[in-house]
Design a binder for this molecule. Structure first.
Ligand SMILES: NC(=O)c1ccc[n+]([C@@H]2O[C@H](COP(=O)([O-])OP(=O)(O)OC[C@H]3O[C@@H](n4cnc5c(N)ncnc54)[C@H](O)[C@@H]3O)[C@@H](O)[C@H]2O)c1
Ligand SMILES: [Zn+2]
Length: 688
């Protein structure tokens, strides 16, 4: 391939990766490879400037704006950062700075490079008035409502010494524990898992429903302050002041007198960064003094006074000795690689995740291969590739099981799903075990004193078959039973036994669980896709388990935010005699089958069969009032604008993108007065 063709190819390829990454929150390749390709393109363009393409990703910030949000123009451009993975390049950077400053003294501020989404927040008279994404650097998406859900972002700054108009910038992110929690919940109800915290954060910030955004506890670290005129002399001053004003500034930054101290900072954080509550992919080095920053200036894409040093993902090479196939509650089979123990980022790694059968195929990995494992954002490291140079005759193809490793039932693969499933829902031991664990969890029946091997023991002894059996347990059944568990890896023994105190605690917890609300009971049943929130909505809407159990798919779809996939799953679950019998036994045990029906009393039926959505604020209703009036008069709320929408109610400060979209789809717009008129059942006049 000649240089011209290579330049065209790289431009095209990188623009596509950018599109996926920024618009769809998907990484099609890893960052290191992306950065290598981008550097290759940059080199080629320097050598063959005539072949550079007008849309080259080397000269532009990678993102764009989207149609779903209104567009805002940044007062100061939001740029990218030059990056490097090598210390030599850093020394080069330092030389350029030195030269650019003509022998002046300077120092650096080092910060960690937080791996999330760049955010900009504007404050007027101390009040947060706008929050935006970086977009293409010049314009971004107005995501103010979503940014308001971040607890650590002050809605108002109470200090008297802030300028009347200023902007702060930072990195919005999903904390690692939150990422793990969401994925555990998703796994629990059979939802596809989120790929990594960065892409999850990016996808969350772009959601239309800020209520849904609030449920994911996003956070943000601030690293920049902008105002005109400038009120600080140095970046250091700005970090200190922002912290004092109540902004969330990570206290991991450090002032460094020269590039040697910068290197030291880099080395210290190489492994320490894994103890932070979020992913970091490097550090950012900034010239401290603002006047010097100004002297150094910008390229089209990034400041000349800063650079990002990125850590290569920490990798180690080891041998794949075996694969353990784990079966989850929904029957999904997940392969886990068993490795010769190896030290990686300060911890001994023995296992790595392999996700699913596709992943094994993609990697082309064979048993006894030497493989590279990397610690990325996730807690469990992953296998990134095979060291083919070390493949020997010992390597054996991996034969993915066709039957369940736990119960021997032939596995099935549903269309459009990457996982194989064991369909033996009832008899398969790990599935049964996981069903118990789901049932006793805090957000369900809250009998967590039964955890850690106790359920296993009860099942072993034949004391329980289904969670309904818990309600017939007596002290006589339980007292004194015990089992010794031996950890396969460490060989350590653990004794689980039911002593008097334990038995009392468990029986009390079981008894108390009878008072758990309807929504918890419903969640505890373990219906696929019925998470906590869905269970609450169903309970609020129907007010009784029988109501839900006997509802048709159409009736279920009337519940706010209910989609066909969930409705189908609910109907199918209750259609099963085995499940019905389980439910009847829970009823007999005295669980809560009734709840408070929180759905508003019917006022009238003038809106029957019509669908609504609203935008903006209203003189006569709060959001909640508006919603309940729609429902009380037989109407139904939709969560987005589509052809199915009959009316968009438009209030003050309505979202222009919603209005535009409605117009495009010919959805009629209603003013507040027009909507109120619809609520009144017009009496017939004498003339008709
Ligand atoms: N895997 C893929 O498909 C893919 C595609 C596109 C981009 N990428 C990755 O994204 C990078 C490009 O993204 P980019 O243009 O946002 O550049 P960048 O992420 O390398 O650097 C700029 C960003 O760093 C962030 N940042 C974090 N901590 C900071 C701090 N303390 N101070 C200042 N900024 C801080 C800011 O959000 C800023 O916008 C690429 O180098 C690549 O690694 C990956
Ligand atoms: Zn099975």
């Amino acid at each position: 391939m000649n240089p011209q063709e290579r330049i065209a190819e790289l431009t095209n390829q990188l623009n596509q990766y950018n599109h996926q990454y920024y618009q769809n929150s998907i990484s099609e390749i890893d960052d290191f490879t992306f950065d290598k390709l981008l550097a290759e393109l940059g080199d080629l363009e320097t050598r063959y400037p005539d072949f550079r393409q007008p849309d080259s990703p080397t000269a532009r910030v990678g993102g764009t704006i989207s149609k779903e949000f209104s567009t805002v123009y940044h007062r100061f451009p939001m740029l990218s950062l030059g990056n490097t993975y090598s210390e030599e390049d850093l020394v080069e950077f330092d030389k350029r700075v030195q030269k650019g400053l003509n022998g002046q003294e300077y120092d650096y501020i080092c910060e960690l490079k937080f791996d999330g989404v760049a955010l900009s927040m504007t404050y007027e008279n101390g009040v947060l008035v706008q929050g935006a994404t970086r977009g293409d650097g010049v314009r971004g998406d107005d995501i103010t409502n979503n940014i308001r859900t971040i607890r650590t972002v002050p809605l108002r700054v109470n200090a008297t010494d802030v300028p009347p108009l200023f902007e702060v910038r930072g990195e919005g992110f999903l904390p690692l524990v939150e990422f793990e929690r969401i994925n555990k919940e998703r796994d629990d109800i059979g939802e596809a898992l989120l790929a990594n915290p960065r892409n999850a954060a990016s996808g969350t910030f772009k959601q239309q429903d800020s209520g849904a955004v609030a449920k994911r506890r996003l956070d943000c670290f601030l690293y920049s302050f902008l105002s005109e005129p400038e009120i600080f002399q140095t970046h250091e001053e700005s970090l200190i002041a922002m912290k004092q004003w109540g902004f969330n500034v990570s206290q991991t930054w450090r002032k460094c007198a020269d590039i040697r101290e910068v290197m030291q900072y880099i080395n210290e954080w190489e492994t320490n960064r894994f103890d932070l509550p979020l992913n970091t992919d490097g550090i950012v080095i900034k010239v401290n003094r603002y006047d010097q920053q100004r002297d150094l200036g910008f390229t089209a894409k990034s400041p000349r006074w800063a650079i990002a040093f990125k850590y290569k993902a920490l990798a180690a090479s080891t041998v794949l000795n075996g694969i353990q196939y784990q079966v989850g509650r929904t029957g999904a089979v997940t392969p886990v690689a068993l490795l010769t123990p190896v030290l990686l980022a300060g911890t001994i790694v023995k296992r790595a995740s392999l996700h699913n059968a596709n992943e094994i195929e993609r990697l082309g990995v064979m048993m006894h291969d030497t493989v590279f494992v990397e610690k990325g954002g996730e807690i469990i490291p992953k296998i990134t590739h095979v060291d083919l140079s070390r493949r020997t005759d010992l390597s054996q193809p991996i034969i993915y099981p066709t039957t369940c490793p736990a119960c021997g039932t032939p596995l099935v693969r549903k269309e459009s799903e990457a996982n194989f499933y064991c369909p033996n829902e009832r008899g398969c031991p790990p599935q049964r075990q996981a069903r118990f664990e789901h049932f006793i969890q805090r957000r369900a029946m809250n009998i967590e004193s039964l955890g850690e091997g106790k359920i296993e023991l009860l099942i072993d002894r034949g004391l329980v078959q289904t969670p309904a059996d818990l309600y017939s347990l007596t002290a006589d059944n339980l007292l004194g039973i015990e089992k010794i568990f031996i950890n396969e890896e460490s060989g350590k023994k653990r004794i689980v036994s039911f002593q008097k105190k334990t038995v009392e605690n468990i029986l009390t917890a079981i008894d108390r669980s009878k008072a758990r609300p309807l929504s918890s009971v419903l969640f505890g049943l373990g219906i696929r896709y019925v998470g906590n929130t869905t269970a609450e909505r169903l309970a609020d809407y129907f007010g009784s388990l029988d109501g839900i159990m006997n509802a048709s798919q159409e009736a279920l779809l009337l519940v706010p935010d209910m989609g066909p996939r969930i409705a189908e799953s609910v109907v199918a679950w209750f259609a099963d005699d085995y499940n019905r019998e389980f439910v009847e036994r829970l009823r007999a045990a005295g669980l809560q089958f009734f709840g408070e029906k929180k759905v508003v009393e019917q006022e009238g039926d003038t809106l029957t069969g019509k669908t609504f959505l609203y935008t903006g604020t209203f003189a006569n209703f709060s959001r909640e009032e508006l919603e309940s009036r729609i429902e009380a008069n037989g109407g139904r709320l939709l969560s987005g604008i589509s052809k199915k929408l009959n009316y968009l109610i438009v209030g003050e400060n309505a979202g222009p993108s919603k209005v535009e979209k409605a117009k495009k789809l010919n959805v009629p717009l209603l003013g507040e007065d027009e909507f109120m008129a619809m609520l009144v059942d017009h009496p017939k006049t004498e003339e008709d």
